[in-house]
Design a protein around this ligand. Structure first.
Ligand SMILES: [Zn+2]
Length: 353
């Protein structure tokens, strides 16, 4: 069996070994699965399981386990699954270590998200479609997969700008595509699920389309990180001053505040307004200051706090720790950027009033 899909170390099964007995075949396969899990763990940046403390040290379950850390792990892994009581008796520390690793795997957020029915269906559909394509086309499609998010993002953004089609769907695709470009796979999958969930919530009348758009805006801010958070902070800060006439559109007077109803009326209104350039300068200066401060402070504090959070969780659980570091750091940086920018833009708004 050559399993080169996930790692560069092939795991080889000898057919003659499989023919000895059913029990022996099971043992060999489980042993190889142990190697696969060990390499996969390392590939997910969690380090080799076999590099953990109890491995590559006596007591060993078999003589073959003494060969090196990898064989020790694979042999212990086979015992763990096929003769757990024996492993507990011979090497209780190795049993405990494997129990911990296996428990982590079952709550791996990526695995949990990927096993959601809508995604499984989507994955199966893509797989079926790919299997029907001739080999060269298939390889080309897979290669294209890395540039596809960029394409679908620009297409969705284009649809949004033209006001074409289902705006909520377009925004949700744009969000996932941005996430695919900028974030780890688990975040991308989360945005896909969010899009599906929001759409069905709107359809069932649980939330308004407006609320769904607001939630997606927040997700885009999170995906874009501190900069997105800062921009959203500025926009929300200004929006909260909707009733404040001058900030809604600097230069507008109280007489022409009513909303233009038709395009021609809008054109006339624009012609009729004399924009106060000093107000726009203050507005732009304030926005730039708010964004710069928000991004600066968010970037300085977010990753540090995320790292601290990740470190704390990693002492219990490698995978969750790594996820907490990446997602937590991003979340904190975005939150700080949002708060600072919003506060600054509201301050500028007060200053202009
Ligand atoms: Zn081996």
């Amino acid at each position: 069996m050559n399993q080169q899909l996930f790692f560069d170390r092939p795991v080889t099964l000898d057919v003659s070994q499989m023919a000895i007995s059913e029990d022996w075949a099971k043992y060999v396969i489980t042993h190889e699965l142990g190697h696969a899990n060990d390499f996969l763990h390392a590939q997910h940046l969690n380090g080799f399981i076999s590099s953990m403390k109890p491995f590559n040290k006596p007591p060993y379950v078999t003589d073959y386990a003494k060969t090196n850390q990898f064989e020790d792990l694979a042999e212990s892994y086979a015992y763990y699954h096929l003769m757990p009581e024996k492993l507990k008796e011979i090497a209780p520390e190795k049993y405990e270590a494997l129990a911990k690793v296996e428990a982590v795997k079952s709550v791996d957020p990526l695995n949990m998200i990927a096993s959601q029915p809508p995604l499984r269906k989507l994955g199966r559909a893509i797989g079926e479609l790919l299997s029907k394509l001739p080999y060269p086309v298939r390889m080309f499609t897979v290669a294209l997969g890395t540039s596809l998010p960029l394409y679908s993002f620009s297409k969705a953004a284009d649809d949004l700008a033209k006001g074409k089609g289902d705006r909520l769907k377009a925004k949700s695709i744009a969000t996932s595509a941005l996430a695919a470009i900028l974030t780890p796979p688990s975040v991308t999958l989360a945005t896909v699920i969010e899009g599906i969930a929001l759409k069905s919530a709107v359809k069932r009348g649980k939330i308004s389309e407006d609320t769904a758009h607001k939630i997606l805006d927040s997700t885009i801010a999170l995906v874009l990180g501190p900069l997105g958070g800062a921009l959203k902070g500025v926009l929300d800060g200004l929006r909260s001053g909707r009733s404040s006439r001058r900030f809604e559109m600097p230069g507008r007077t109280s007489e022409n505040l009513g909303k233009p109803k038709s395009p021609s009326e809008r054109g006339n209104l624009r012609k009729g307004i004399e924009v106060d350039k000093r107000d726009w300068a203050k507005f732009l200066g304030g926005a730039v200051l708010a964004v710069a401060l928000g991004v600066g402070i968010g970037l300085a504090l977010g990753p540090a706090l995320g790292g601290l959070l990740g470190g704390l969780i990693a002492s219990q659980n490698f995978t969750a720790g790594a996820v907490a570091e990446i997602v937590g750091g991003r979340l904190i940086a975005t939150g700080i950027s949002y708060g600072v920018s919003r506060a600054v833009s509201q301050g500028v708004k007060k200053f202009l009033e």
